[in-house]
Design a protein. Sequence first.
Length: 424
Amino acid sequence: MKVFKSVCLSWAICLALFLACGFSAEELSQDSAKPVSGAEDDIFYELGLLADALTLIDANYVRKVPAKELVYGALDGMVSSLDSHSEFLSHEQYMRLQADSLGEFGGLGIKVSVRDGMLIVISPLEATPAQKAGVLPRDRIIKIDDKLTKDYSLDDAVALLRGKPGTTVRLTVLRGPDQEMKEFVLKRAVIKVQSVRHCFLNGENTGYIRIADFQKHTASDLNKAMRHFVKNGIKALIIDLRNNPGGLMEAAVMVCEKFIKKPGTIVSTRGRFEGQNALFRSRAAKIYEGFPIAVIINEGSASASEIVAAALRDNKKAVIIGNKSFGKGSVQTVIPLKDNSAIRLTTSYYYTPSGRIIHEKGIMPDIVIPQDMPDSESSHEEEPEETLPPEQALARDKYIAQAITLLGDKEGYERLLSKDPVEA
């Protein structure tokens, strides 16, 4: 009787898992009519192994474990084994993910990712607790309070970093190739980021636009800045994407459309199936042009900011200055499951107009600025949150100073622009 119950349970679990993956009875019957290419490729065979394991656990484990807990554990392990950006989301995690889209939360202002089982900082956001405390791109967070982060999922790590505004959290990080250990005690705050700021530099000749991240209104805010620049006789433009961790891909495309005329290619996505492939072209009939553009990036520039930098460079609209970018160029799709849990799955990768993959490669600048090179003058105090630094302070920035020098050298600029983009 016990054996009979185990067999029935195995098949029940197998069928439930198959249906949970979204297969209908009609699809099952259609698939069963297809020739089997071998047991190793047969999903029925592989699901049978999983069902057997679940049955053995149910029958022999030292304590009774709810079936849902077992299945969730299996789903979590299966999805997280694919790559560091794919994960299974419980109902609570899925609800938290949806709440994130509101754009306001109690946190530290850090954009993080997972690589090789380590929690790594992509970039601290501007004027947030993390930036003010000195957290840097590529810092590896090894502890949050007293909890080791090794092999934490991205969602679980973010849940620990966030909390009620005014509460504190302690981060322990490893920095640089020497793995210098640093500790930060940060106070959580409501995170609001001003996406676009702008001013004139270099005696009212060079327009400077700082994009901190890509939000819904980024393109319209940039358009307002550009109208101001054009009205006042802009001669050159600097777009600063340093420590910009990304944001909305649609916003990045719309920013590119301010400088790339239709039907210029902005970015493409390529996946395993035809339906996951997409080509994004400019729809703009009129653009801002007639002046040289320099884009500044660094190791904290990721995702949407890499798309913008690469699109402008590949379309020969801008030269890139700075340091190699982070290399976050994958597309995650959140797919709800029947019990209001979900899976976040990598479904495609971003490619530049010239066909270069961004993911884990990054974007290489035309002019690399040594990170140990000093600024033009002694360092200045951090700017107030609500204002852009004065022109004099920006001019002391070694990246901006190099951009201004390049934009003033017409022959040098055009010579760089005529070359193929640098391979990362």
